[in-house]
Design a protein around this ligand. Structure first.
Ligand code: BEZ
Length: 269
């Protein structure tokens, strides 16, 4: 079966992802892996595995990992970087929808744990994503996840929307993300049959120590917005920078107003 990607989804540059976005796994990785507390005999599903950074750490401990990501570029990179991992192009909102020969190991009810870092905010169908993760778990299995929480990158989102509006564009393009609060995602987890054990909603200001930091971030994380702008992209990025400068430029670095939603949930035994 061929591996495809929806044109409405961002196209990731996996080669530069670790350089430009390595902070994504670096900032949360230790905490999430310690909450997951995987044992060497465990099977873990990594949802939105990206280039396989966290999967590689689990595999090095002897854990059996299946990683899924919507991006074929990311999955190709993960397969090359972590040969002992099993990585599949898969939309986690439709986890079981496209069986194929590479899906060996992606078995409902077979996982001791599901791990997801910085991926669920790309999945607007929160219920479908949670239902997929819940059905992957065995009874007693645990979900450990972190995503953007309500208020995440609010300054950038407003500046993006204002910039698009000023250019006569559809400002809804500026918001490809979902950033829920605790109450919203707790309901999603419960509806999927999971029991929330702990949830945290916290600010995590995130520093990019270069004058091009915000520009690079926009090119990496809002790529689809600027690709759609074509020749106008560079000017639009400069406008976004201008709109954000007074709040986010700290003289020697851009500090983005990241907010995280972290959760631990269990599938009742
Ligand atoms: C993240 O990967 O954490 C993220 C991506 C886009 C916007 C905000 C956060």
């Amino acid at each position: 079966m061929s591996e495809s990607i929806s044109e409405t989804q961002p196209r990731w540059n996996a080669a530069s992802y670790d350089e430009k976005a390595g902070f994504v796994s670096a900032l949360a990785g230790d905490d999430l892996l310690s909450l997951l507390a995987a044992r060497p005999t465990d099977r873990i599903l990594d949802v939105g595995c990206g280039t396989g950074t966290l999967a590689a750490r689990l595999i090095a401990q002897g854990v059996d990992v299946v990683g899924v990501d919507l991006s074929p570029e990311m999955i190709a990179h993960a397969r090359a970087a972590v040969p002992r991992g099993r990585f599949l192009v898969r939309d986690a909102q439709r986890l079981w929808a496209t069986p194929d020969e590479r899906a060996v190991g992606l078995i409902p009810g077979s996982f001791d744990g599901v791990l997801s870092n910085a991926a669920l905010h790309w999945m607007p169908d929160m219920h479908a994503a949670a239902a997929g993760m819940a059905s992957a778990l065995r009874p007693g299995g645990r979900l450990v996840a972190e995503m953007g929480g309500a208020g995440c990158v609010e300054t950038v989102r407003r500046a993006l929307a204002d910039t698009l509006r000023a250019r006569g564009r559809d400002a809804t393009q500026a918001d490809p993300w979902v950033f829920p609060d605790i109450a919203t995602y707790a309901r999603v987890l419960v509806a999927a049959g999971l029991r929330p054990m702990a949830m945290w909603h916290f600010d995590r200001p995130t520093r990019f120590a270069a004058p091009s930091g915000l520009r690079d971030w926009l090119r990496t994380f809002a790529a689809q917005v600027f690709t759609a702008l074509g020749d106008e992209a560079d000017a639009a990025i400069s406008e976004v920078e201008d709109r954000c400068r007074s709040r986010l430029w700290h003289g020697d670095a851009w500090v983005l107003d990241y907010v995280r939603l972290r959760m631990v949930a269990e599938k009742p035994a």
